[in-house]
Write a protein that binds this ligand. Structure first.
Ligand code: ADP
Length: 787
């Protein structure tokens, strides 16, 4: 009867396994479990085969060789173990599952083969357990050894999985699996014993184990093992205690020695009363003690929640909202980790999720998105219900959640989420990590989480509003600052323009007035016939000076206009920086001497040659040195230094002059900008504070940039009394920037020209020969370098 009932049970299990399909994400393997159930069913069916009468009772039915029908039954039962193990290991340790499968089948095959050959009393026969080691009967020994090893390996692996599980629900599942090992293994051993009663008990146990496994496959969230065990322990202790009290009362009652029934009743009644009076307080004391030891009922939750409500209502700082909420979470739910995700809606209806960095434990710096089509959105926003990470990972309901969403939640390493909704809008998500006790979250826990989330809602919204307001204020302030800075800059540029008109008219008019004056004088003297040779020579010299000055000025303005349209035409050749600097300074030596300035140059000779336009570099260096002369009072120093730094040549030109205010360090390179009041200027190219149109540094910067280099100034401040001095730095790469025009070495160009000219003119070179390119080492005097 029992056998038949169990077989029907197995058929039902198979039916359940084959029909109740779920979405892909399974935590255990359904396929292997189906095979295990099937093997269990077959092994039972085998025992129903008619037992052949045999002279020797040890051999009941012979199949092939020495294989008896009970032995076959055991061999098939062993398949149950292999498949059951695969079912449990498949998701816990997939590599181990493979090893398990291979070794298991080898064990199984060896045992089957040995059983076929065996003539001894073998597996499954009545009393075969005695023939395992003394004397050793190999198939029997092999069966025993296999059970021992596989049982230990399986239990250890599942316990390891229990400790390593990332979610409490997964840990519980591993524990559930470990608990199932016991009935399945004991069942197998008993059903292989050959003794009828033991076999039936064994079948029942195996069936119960496998039914449990089927349950865990079909219901993806299994019974909370630890809580059940704890509850059982509490109930067991209380029942035991009550039984003890009743037993004590009965024992006393037995010893009552009453003469009449009347008295006996009275005495019994008194005893019952005393026991009951003692029982209640003792019972509740024991209950409190047991629950406290086993920690099942959260204590004082209502009080803690009330305190939380009081605390959270007054909070307006975001950090404080998180702090107070996390404190409550950890004290009410006993979680080790926790955090808050800020949620804001984007234009396309997608929700942006930004976890706050501060919380209970480390929270990764990531952002996520929640799309309205996602089942997670449905759960949190529409249903406003909490969500378990375990459900998100394994429940078929959330199988359709986008991969990015899944990854975001997994990266948080949390176990449960509760939405924070204010006025139908999701503004945040409260997250809880695993509990310190590592037990799964119960419905009551989630309820509690939702309550906390609800109460934190208004505070969170207020805090976000305040934070928003603060941010806007800061943005506004930054904007205002930028506006006033731009305004200042515009004003300065405007005054530069006005200055330019003043300067240009002054600069142009001075030489013009001189020319005018000298021509007038010459004309008048000429009319009166007073002009002699000496006078003419003196006046033409002055006229030349004035027109040179005009020319320089116009040349500088032309150069700057070229820079404006990026049209400066440079011709690169190999040049020496030292030679360049020497050429630049040469025309200034007179002025340096007159102004009693000390000029020194160091380190230039050792510099490697560079690719550059000699003429233009001379112009740039001259402008810088000229400024150093102009803005250093008589008797000062000018030091020029050169060195190499990371493939670049650096040249520093340092003076002991009036210095430049830091706010003008960039502006002095702008055209027409002059850091000092033009009205203070004295006229004269090399005089102290000599006037200039404010173009020298603009040209210098243009030339250096065209060489792929950099130019900048360092100066502490502007102070004509203290004379802090300024240092101009020029950095030049050894090779010119890409696309630079190069000129061929002198000889090859000349021979090329001659060949061409001869070919075209038949030997008559005429004017064309004069159009030789500039010699890279013999520069023409610069056209305009008036700074
Ligand atoms: P400028 O023709 O006025 O000399 P620049 O373009 O050469 O024009 O220089 C711009 C301004 O930078 C100058 O007017 C001067 O105020 C300031 N400057 C340049 N070099 C120095 C220096 N070595 N020391 C102090 N101020 C300087």
């Amino acid at each position: 009867m029992l056998t038949l009932g169990i077989m029907l049970g197995y058929a039902a299990l198979l039916l359940v396994l084959l029909t109740r399909k779920r979405a892909q994400r399974e935590v255990t393997s359904r396929r292997w479990l189906t095979l295990a159930v099937l093997a269990a069913l077959v092994s039972m069916a085998l025992t129903l085969l008619p037992r052949a009468a045999h002279a020797d009772s040890r051999y009941e039915a012979l199949f092939v060789g020495g294989l008896t029908s009970p032995a076959l039954g055991v061999i098939v039962t062993n398949l149950v173990l292999i498949f059951f193990g695969l079912h449990l290991l498949r998701y816990v340790q997939s590599r181990l599952a493979l090893v398990w499968g291979v070794l298991g089948l080898a064990w199984w095959g060896a045992q089957a083969a040995l059983s076929v050959q065996s003539t001894e009393l073998s597996v499954g026969a009545v009393g075969w357990y005695r023939y395992v080691y003394d004397p050793v009967v190999w198939p029997n020994a092999l069966a025993f050894a296999g059970w021992l090893v596989t049982g230990v390996v399986l239990t250890l692996t599942l316990l390891y999985a229990f400790y390593r599980a990332r979610l409490p629900e997964l840990a519980n599942r591993a524990l559930f699996g470990a608990v199932l090992i016991f009935p399945v293994y004991t069942g197998t051993m008993l059903s292989a014993s050959g003794e009828d009663v033991l076999m039936e008990v064994g079948w029942l146990l195996t069936f119960l184990g496998l039914a449990g496994a089927v349950y865990s496959v079909v219901v993806y969230r299994v019974l909370d093992i630890r809580r059940t065990m704890r509850r059982t322990a509490v109930t067991g202790t209380l029942i035991g205690f009550t039984a003890l009290m009743v037993f004590g009362a009965l024992l006393l009652g037995q010893h009552l020695d009453a003469q009449t029934t009347h008295r006996l009743y009275l005495a019994l009644g008194t005893l019952a009363l005393v026991t009951a009076a003692l029982y209640w307080p003792l019972h509740s004391a024991v209950q409190t003690l047991v629950t406290r030891i086993l920690d099942t009922a959260p204590e004082g939750v209502a009080r803690k929640l009330r305190r939380f409500t009081e605390a959270i209502t007054g909070v307006v700082e975001l950090d404080e909202v998180v702090g107070v909420t996390m404190h409550t979470l950890s004290s009410v739910l006993g979680v080790r980790r926790g955090g808050l995700i800020l949620v804001s809606e984007q234009e396309d209806g997608v929700l942006l999720m930004e976890p706050m960095r501060k919380g209970l434990g480390e929270i990764p710096e990531i952002v996520g998105h929640l799309t309205p089509q996602s089942p997670v959105y449905e759960r949190l926003v529409n249903e406003r219900a909490p969500l378990l990470q375990y459900d998100l990972d394994f429940s078929p309901r959330f199988a359709a959640a986008p991969e990015a969403e899944r990854r975001f939640f997994q990266a948080l390493h949390m176990s449960a989420y509760a939405p924070i909704v204010v006025q139908r809008e999701l503004i945040g998500i409260l997250c809880c990590g695993a509990k310190a006790s590592d037990v799964p979250f119960t419905e009551a826990d989630l309820e509690l989480m939702s309550t906390i989330a609800n109460q934190a809602g208004v505070a969170l919204r207020n805090a976000r509003l305040v934070a928003d307001l603060r941010r806007r204020e800061a943005e506004q302030a930054a904007l205002n600052k930028a506006i006033s800075e731009t305004k200042e800059q515009l004003e300065r540029l405007d005054s530069v323009k006005t200055d330019f008109i003043t300067i240009a008219s002054h600069e142009l008019r001075t030489p013009l007035a001189q020319i005018r004056g000298y021509t007038d004088i010459m004309e008048a003297m000429n009319e009166q016939g007073l002009l002699d040779q000496d006078q003419i020579a003196g006046m033409t010299a002055n006229l030349r000076k004035a027109s040179d000055r005009l020319e320089q000025l116009i040349g500088a303005m032309l150069d700057v206009s070229q820079l404006d349209v990026d049209a400066m035409d440079l011709r690169f050749a190999q040049i020496s920086v030292e030679h360049c600097m020497r050429t630049a300074i040469e025309p200034l030596t007179e002025a340096i001497k007159n102004r009693r300035l000390m000029l020194s140059a160091r380190g230039l000779r050792n510099l490697p040659p560079i690719q550059g336009d000699m003429q233009r570099l001379v112009q740039a260096f001259r402008n810088i040195v000229l400024n150093a002369i102009k803005y250093t009072p008589d008797g000062g120093r000018i030091d020029i230094k050169g060195w190499m730094e990371d493939d670049e040549i650096i040249i520093a030109i340092q003076d002991t002059g009036i210095g430049i205010a830091p706010e003008n360090h960039e502006l002095i390179f702008e055209k027409f900008f002059r850091a000092h009041d033009p009205s203070l200027h004295s006229t004269g190219a090399t005089k102290f504070m000599g006037a200039g149109p404010g173009l020298g540094l603009t040209i210098a910067r243009g030339v250096i940039h065209a060489h792929g280099g950099r130019i900048w100034v360092e100066s502490e401040k502007y102070d004509p009394e203290a004379l802090p001095g300024s240092t101009f730095y020029v950095a030049l790469p050894l090779a010119p920037p890409e696309g630079a025009k190069r000129i061929l070495p002198l000889e090859s160009t000349v021979s090329l020209d001659v060949a061409r000219i001869e070919a075209v003119l038949g030997g008559e070179s005429g004017e064309t020969s004069a159009e030789k390119p500039n010699s890279p080492t013999l520069p023409k005097p610069p056209a305009g370098w008036g700074a």
